[in-house]
Design a protein around this ligand. Structure first.
Ligand SMILES: Cc1ncc(C[n+]2csc(CCOP(=O)(O)OP(=O)(O)O)c2C)c(N)n1
Ligand code: SF4
Length: 283
């Protein structure tokens, strides 16, 4: 039986009050509720405060370059489909530096769960605007306020027919944990955009700002209705809907490779002579 203790308990380098703490608790609860032993789980992260989250877990971890975790996770999942692969990193990492990888993963529908800690700033590098910062948001690097239109990851994912698209709030830990469980169980690409306060550098989108606005979708909401999902994905203001906004049953990317139907690539016997002949044929 997998218990919370199996995932460890570590000291962190986060500021007291940071939303990362409750996201970490929700992740652990979801892994335990899914009864996943740590050795069957691979986390891939990038660079940032959010990217440190899997450092504080007893799991397999590949910590890559800023913005490059999704392609690494894709490679890992293709070579070992037996692993549960989870990417966990920030909004800057996934939507800024890693923006094109985000789009490619949705198009491919690789069976990876992407958890984005969206604090609407670059936390680790002291609060510059991120792709999700709101227009007019003032930072030391943007003293006259952000001039760009914010990136809406949920709307983009719904538009591109991602397999599983959810929005969550770090302050609703059990709700978030339930979403993570469902995202892990989904066969195909899953995105959870997690709204998270950064107490040090985002004094606008605070815990109480999100708490006042984040509302769970009604129980009769149908996430298979893409037209309705697009409208919900665009809602951002006095009310921010959270929950599973859109899902479909598109077959995952891995199903396109007959070689994977015979089992994982990792640990297979390789015919080195055959390999040498193939290399030779390209000389
Ligand atoms: C290619 C590249 N660009 C920029 C940086 C510098 N850098 C490191 S972390 C970071 C911002 C992290 O922000 P985010 O991903 O939103 O995570 P947070 O710290 O807010 O959790 C930046 C710009 C880098 N390491 N590599
Ligand atoms: S700087 Fe912001 S994101 Fe980073 S640990 Fe502190 S509160 Fe959290």
């Amino acid at each position: 039986m997998v218990t919370l203790e199996a995932y460890g308990n570590y000291e962190t380098a986060w500021c007291p009050g940071c939303g990362n703490f409750s996201i970490q608790k929700a992740v652990k609860k979801a892994l335990v509720a899914s009864q996943l032993p740590p050795q069957r789980v691979l986390f891939v992260s990038g660079i940032g405060q959010a990217a440190k989250a899997p450092h504080y877990l007893n799991v397999n971890l590949f910590d890559g370059l800023h913005g490059r975790s999704v392609p690494v996770a894709t490679g890992a999942k293709l070579s070992n489909p037996g692993l549960t692969v989870i990417v966990e990193s920030g909004d800057g990492c996934n939507y800024g530096e890693g923006g094109n990888h985000f789009l490619a993963a949705i198009r491919r529908n690789i069976d990876v769960t992407l958890l984005v800690h969206n604090n609407q700033v670059y936390g680790l590098t002291k609060g510059q605007a991120s792709p999700t910062s709101e227009p007019g948001f003032i930072t030391k690097a943007q003293p006259e306020g952000v001039a760009s239109v914010p990136f809406n990851p949920v709307a983009v994912a719904v538009t591109m027919r991602a397999g599983f698209v959810a929005r969550a709030f770090s302050g609703l830990e059990d709700h978030l944990s339930g979403l993570i469980q469902q995202a892990i169980a989904h066969r195909g690409f899953s995105l959870i955009d997690i709204l998270q306060p950064c107490v040090s550098f985002n004094k606008v989108n605070t815990f109480s700002w999100y708490k006042k606005r984040c509302r769970e979708l009604p129980s009769d909401y149908d996430p298979k209705n893409r037209e309705a999902a697009l409208k919900v994905a665009e809602e951002w203001g006095e009310r921010i809907p959270i929950g599973i906004i859109y899902r479909n049953d598109r077959p995952p990317f891995e199903d396109n490779f007959p070689v994977l139907q015979e089992g994982r690539l990792v640990g297979r016997q390789v015919d080195r002579n055959l390999l040498a002949n193939v290399i030779e044929s390209y000389r």
